[in-house]
Design a protein around this ligand. Structure first.
Ligand code: G6Q
Length: 546
């Protein structure tokens, strides 16, 4: 049983917060010249500097005590052992098995899952190589150079983000496209650019019942059959799914299906068959490197004491702000153009996993759970929402991510980018006092009156936290480490909040209601009872569409 009133560690943190809410990070840095060293961790080429946070040893110890009180070590073991920790759906949670590099078995219901995982990986390897080498060709014998992933949510965001992140590794003659939205525009805009003879469609759907994906896939199938005939389907459509019966019903041969399993959650699935488009785009070797990077993070997470454990520390610091400072938001800002879709990917990972309000003991929580996440690529977002980060009334803890070396070292672009990311972290932490602002204005030759008029506007409160994550380069291995790090961070927070991070019942109500409304929009049902707002909107839209 966990409730904030009942937890000793929680109460201790509450008391500590009363004092720490007044602590200034710039004082902490001034008092300890080794602070950055002390609060930084390294794994392979990845450096995580968490020193610009409102923490010290006392806080960290109290946070580790909270993790121990919550039985985190046992929960980690349970996940890695394949126990059914997704208790509402009675499923194991084994994305870690998808990238496991050693031969030890993992049992689910008495059956080792590793052989089937290895078999599908081999199928991915063989198929992706055959497509890349032009051995698996289209119906008319042409090489398949346009690869279209049709999927949504977990069957889209991971591969979409990863394919973009690894663009420098793409085969020169292969182009990737993604259709996710049910909006016909998504389909039209992709199909308009493609030649059916050179297009391979990957229908990615765990359940193979998702209305958006099936509708988009049907439209694409019609488009292909119109151009090349029914017989062409087998050469231009493959499916990624757990549901063989539905795949066959749709008209895709089981031969052309890449399987995955119930123990792989949608938003945790880019390491499985769902990653097929990644393997085709960047080659199986690079896909494998991505799995190896994730495995390195898995090992670190499972085997390292909390005091040196990157995902654990990031998760606990997040809890510190979320539950004790009442800051229910955070930003992720990659300073790497290729990582531009990482924030949208993480938005699903974090918000769908931990946007929950019922505990594992079937009680409503009496504390805050998952924060809202937003972000965008630096430096673009410096020129948009960073104003609020620096001078707004809301504190927004921020993760900065950057490679030391760019894939495109052109002139001094990357040096400018690097100086910007470092300056942002420094500015958020250090700030600028009113006296400092006044002095600056004086040096710029402003009059006393001008100084008094402007100095408050030029003040930065500072004391705003950030983590800085530096890689040597964003290669497949680094990407694997980065994504696995966030997966485990989200898991740890779910454990602390005593919620199930692996179901997503919250997306269901809207789907149900949409199925009610569809016949009304299509004009086959009338007078269904809704609130007056929904009824008026339906009527207005129908009038406009006449
Ligand atoms: C992810 C969610 C959800 C899911 C999509 C697509 O964890 O379960 O985003 O991935 O709803 O589902 P299908 O893959 O079954 O089409």
């Amino acid at each position: 049983m966990f409730g904030k009133q009942k937890s000793k560690a929680w109460k201790c943190l509450k008391t500590l917060h009363k004092h720490y809410c007044k602590v200034e990070m710039r004082d902490l840095f001034a008092a300890d010249r080794l602070r950055a060293e002390k609060y930084s961790l390294q794994l392979d080429n990845m450096l995580v500097d968490y020193s610009k946070n409102r923490v010290d040893d006392k806080i960290m110890q109290a946070l580790f005590a909270l993790a121990r009180e919550r039985g985190l070590a046992e929960k980690i073991k349970a996940m890695f052992k394949g126990e059914k920790i997704n208790q509402t759906e009675n499923r194991a949670v084994l994305h870690i098995a998808l990238r496991k590099q050693d031969d030890a078995p993992i049992y689910v219901d008495g059956r080792d899952v590793m052989p089937q995982i290895k078999a599908v990986l081999e199928k991915i390897r063989d198929f992706s190589e055959a497509v890349r080498l032009g051995k698996f060709v289209g119906y008319t014998g042409k090489k398949l150079t346009n690869i279209v992933n049709i999927g949504i949510g977990g069957s889209d965001l991971g591969p979409f983000m990863a394919v973009e992140a690894l663009k420098p590794y793409w085969a020169k003659d292969i182009k990737c496209y993604f259709i996710s939205n049910i909006d016909g525009t998504a389909c039209a805009e992709v199909l308009n650019r493609l030649d059916p003879e050179t297009t391979l469609f990957i229908v990615a759907s765990k359940t193979f019942t998702t209305i958006e994906t099936l509708t988009n896939a049907k439209t694409c199938r019609h488009w292909l059959v119109d151009a090349l005939g029914e017989h062409a389907v087998a050469k231009h459509f493959v499916a990624l799914s757990t549901n063989k019966a539905e795949v066959e019903k749709f008209g895709i041969d089981a031969e052309n299906m890449f399987e995955f399993w119930d123990f792989v959650g949608g938003r945790y699935s880019m390491w499985s068959a769902i990653g097929l488009i990644i393997a085709i785009a960047v080659g199986y070797k690079n896909f494998e490197r991505m799995l190896e990077g994730a495995y390195a993070m898995d090992k670190h997470f499972a085997e390292t004491d909390f005091e040196h454990n990157i995902p654990v520390i990031l998760a606990l610091i997040g809890i510190w702000y979320n539950d004790f400072y009442g800051v229910h938001r955070y930003a992720v800002i990659p300073y790497d153009q290729y990582l531009q879709y990482l924030p949208s990917y993480l938005q699903q990972l974090d918000m769908e996993s931990n946007g929950k309000s019922v505990t594992l003991d079937n009680k409503f929580v009496d504390y805050a759970t998952g924060p809202a996440l937003f972000g965008g690529a630096g430096t673009n977002v410096q020129h948009s929402f960073f104003q609020l980060l620096h001078q707004g009334t809301e504190m927004v803890p921020t993760d900065f991510i950057v490679p030391a070396i760019s894939h495109n070292e052109i002139g001094n672009h990357h040096q400018i980018l690097l100086s910007n990311i470092l300056a942002q972290g420094e500015a958020l932490m250090h700030g600028k006092t009113e006296a400092e602002a006044a002095l600056e204005l004086e040096k710029a030759g402003k009059s006393k009156a001008e100084i008094n008029r402007l100095k408050k506007y030029k003040t930065f409160s500072g004391n705003r936290p950030s983590n800085t994550i530096v890689f040597k380069k964003i290669d497949p291995y680094a990407l694997g480490m980065l994504v696995a790090m966030y997966e485990h961070k989200v898991f740890v927070q779910g454990v602390i909040w005593n919620i199930n991070s692996f179901d997503q019942f919250g997306v269901e109500l809207g789907k149900q209601l949409a199925l009610n409304i569809l016949p009304e929009i299509e004009g086959t049902a009338f007078g269904v009872e809704h609130d007056s707002s929904t009824t008026n909107l339906i009527n207005y839209i129908k009038k406009m569409r006449k």
